[in-house]
Design a protein. Structure first.
Ligand code: DGY
Length: 307
């Protein structure tokens, strides 16, 4: 990707994922017309104020809560993202976490590696939660939510969803999914998956009161964004044994974790790797390059966030 960009542009890179502060980003962008970023880079208003020549920030992600879009718009900077290409990859990771948590995979793996396996078959060892024929509740039924729902049919699950707007009837039928109110979803689901973008409106969307409404023994999975789930409330619910476990790929304040999570073997933790497969990252980069070059060529990019 970088080579392709270098054929047309002078490129400044940060390929080793050094977390540049907004101040460093603003300084590095001096004289640059375009920026390509990951969710690691925080573009606050100061970046745009200090770089009036900037035309586009092309985020290599579907989420763009790392960018102050209102400030970008105010300064005439176009913001683009990479929707679509990562839906299946993120849905796969969501399922991996759901299954790993339900069947206690991480815990069992650590146990075997730790030399604890002394009796060949344990009638009471690592008893988990059935996935097949269970009820899956998806909060946020956009493209990724729907990709998660599609996978549930192989497990003969009942799929409930909650979304601001209902899906068209033919999509509900195709996905075998029923729209319900959030409280009903929380009360009925054996697995609750959160798949909404982060914004002030979704901050702590799943907090103490919501977790209290979950079916006792249910499992929560978050592969959307940290901050959508209130980590402190979830840790407290785990401490009280209210739910059976959680599979989490994203955290408020990542890479820092709420220390409480480390106390629980029934919590599976991954480091924001929802979109992390080689082929998907290539697709994301290609999409981001196409968006960036479209703006520099005076065209409308395919994935414009601030229309
Ligand atoms: C996204 O695309 O928003 C992911 O979280 C980062 O890959």
């Amino acid at each position: 990707m970088i080579a392709a960009l270098q054929e047309r542009f002078d490129v400044v890179t940060n390929v080793d994922d050094t977390p540049w502060s907004p101040d460093e980003i603003a300084a590095k962008l001096a004289g640059c017309e375009a920026a390509m970023s990951t969710v690691l880079c925080k573009f606050d208003a100061s970046v745009f104020e200090r770089n009036p020549q900037l035309k586009v920030v092309s985020n290599i992600a579907v989420g763009y809560n790392n960018i102050d879009v209102a400030a970008a718009t105010k300064h005439g900077v176009r913001v683009t993202n990479t929707p679509g290409v990562l839906d299946d990859t993120t849905a796969d990771l969501t399922w991996a976490l759901l299954m790993a948590t339900a069947r206690r995979i991480a815990e069992a793996d650590a146990w075997v590696r730790g030399g604890e396996w002394k009796i060949a078959f344990g009638m009471h060892s690592f008893l988990g939660t059935d996935i097949h024929h269970a009820t899956l509740g998806i909060i946020g039924m956009g493209r990724i939510g729907q990709a998660i729902a599609r996978r549930a049919s192989g497990f003969d699950m009942t799929v409930l969803y909650h979304n601001r707007s209902p899906l068209p009837a033919e999509d509900e039928k195709r996905l075998n999914a029923t729209r319900v109110e959030r409280d009903e979803l929380l009360a009925r689901s054996d697995f609750v998956v959160v798949m909404v973008p982060y914004s002030p409106a979704t901050h702590h969307l799943i907090g103490a009161a919501d977790i209290a409404k979950m079916k006792p023994g249910a499992i929560l999975v978050n592969t959307a964004r940290g901050g959508v789930v209130d980590d402190a409330a979830l840790v407290q619910a785990l401490r009280e044994g209210r739910i059976a476990g959680a599979g989490l790929d994203v955290f408020e304040g990542e890479p820092k974790l709420h220390a409480g999570y480390l106390d629980f073997k029934n919590v599976v933790l991954t480091p924001h790797i929802g979109s992390a497969t080689r082929s998907n990252r290539i697709k994301m980069c290609e999409t981001a390059v196409a968006n960036l070059t479209a703006v520099l060529d005076g065209k409308t990019p395919a994935n414009l966030v601030n229309k």
